[in-house]
Design a protein. Structure first.
Length: 321
């Protein structure tokens, strides 16, 4: 972008810049005899000439500044950072510098730079070779004509180089962006470590869940002796129910389990003298639909009521006896 902007400045403002510089040189040579060139007055004498020189090349300076900034912002965004000028002892470490200098990345960048120079050199060589007849014909031209022809040749070569650099820049930008995005990707181990940091170690979480389940089962087993009945499947499932007429609107599930947990519920019930009743369909429905501490569903009221009535009648007969 900087080279293209410079070429555009020379094409469209080169004549104006040339006239300004020509006038400046003419004044310098004209006034040199009458200029006081003593050390004390030299700076004051040179300042007007320097100001005119800066004004003459100001379009070129502005073009380089503006388009250089736009090129940077277009690639990286508007970033203000003091990291580059922050003192860092690693920057003066010869060993670290040697590693950076001879790293694979540095070697690749060096090869890439040489390839760019080679491409541009080939374009310039081909351009000059194609203009050899015009260059050899300069010998018969006047000085002003020679300058005009050289400017035209230079503009043609520069335009070709600009086109080549644009293509190289596009390819390099795509490659650099892809390389940067690949570097930002995390490895599988980094993903696991990040998951551990944010979500917690899966092993620790699994242990916590196991401890929580053990504590919940322990509390559940403590409720079994308080139950009125345990309904089983007969061996795979077990559901303990408690019904307090003064507190509960319906029987409450105080414990439930399958497999080993069901066996533990039956053992606790036998130790506490809680009746165990085998009702397969009812046990399945209660285990499937009811959570701990929840009331039984309405469609089981009748079946559970019959079971509780049977148990109460047995207790009443035993007490009467």
């Amino acid at each position: 972008m900087v080279l293209a902007a410079s070429l555009a400045v020379f094409v469209y403002a080169g004549g104006w810049m040339g006239l300004r510089l020509q006038d400046l040189l003419r004044r310098c040579f004209r006034d040199v005899a009458s200029t006081d060139l003593r050390a004390e007055t030299l700076l004051g004498t040179m300042i007007p000439f320097l100001q005119d020189a800066v004004i003459a090349i100001l379009p070129l300076i502005l073009a380089v500044l503006v388009f250089g900034t736009l090129a940077y912002v277009g690639q990286f965004g508007f970033v203000v950072s003091t990291k580059a000028i922050t003192p860092d002892t690693k920057k003066i470490d010869p060993i670290a510098g040697f590693k950076r200098l001879f790293s694979v990345r540095s070697l690749f960048e060096a090869v890439k730079g040489l390839a760019k120079v080679g491409v541009i050199a080939a374009i310039v060589y081909a351009g000059i070779r194609g203009q050899m007849d015009a260059i050899l014909g300069l010998a018969g031209l006047t000085p002003f004509q020679i300058v005009g022809e050289l400017v035209a040749i230079a503009q043609s070569l520069t335009l070709r180089v600009v086109v080549a650099l644009v293509l190289i820049a596009v390819i390099d930008y795509v490659y650099q962006r892809q390389h940067f995005m690949n570097k930002q990707k995390m490895t599988k181990q980094e993903v696991k470590d990040e998951f551990k940091n944010t979500e917690g170690d899966p092993k620790v979480k699994s242990r916590i869940r196991r401890i929580q389940m053990e504590l919940a089962q322990k509390r559940m087993m403590q409720e079994v002796p308080k139950a009125d009945v345990v309904i089983t499947n007969p061996t795979h499932l077990a559901v303990a129910l408690r019904y307090d007429r003064d507190k509960d609107d319906a029987p409450v599930v105080v414990a439930k389990g399958a497999g080993f947990v069901a066996q533990r519920i039956r053992e606790k019930a036998r130790e506490a003298g809680v009746p165990i009743i085998e009702r397969r369909e009812i046990a399945r429905e209660l285990y499937k639909r009811c959570k701990l501490g929840a009331l039984i569903p309405a469609h089981l009221y009748q079946a559970v009521a019959e079971i509780l009535a049977y148990i109460y009648s047995r207790k009443a007969k035993g007490h009467a006896a």
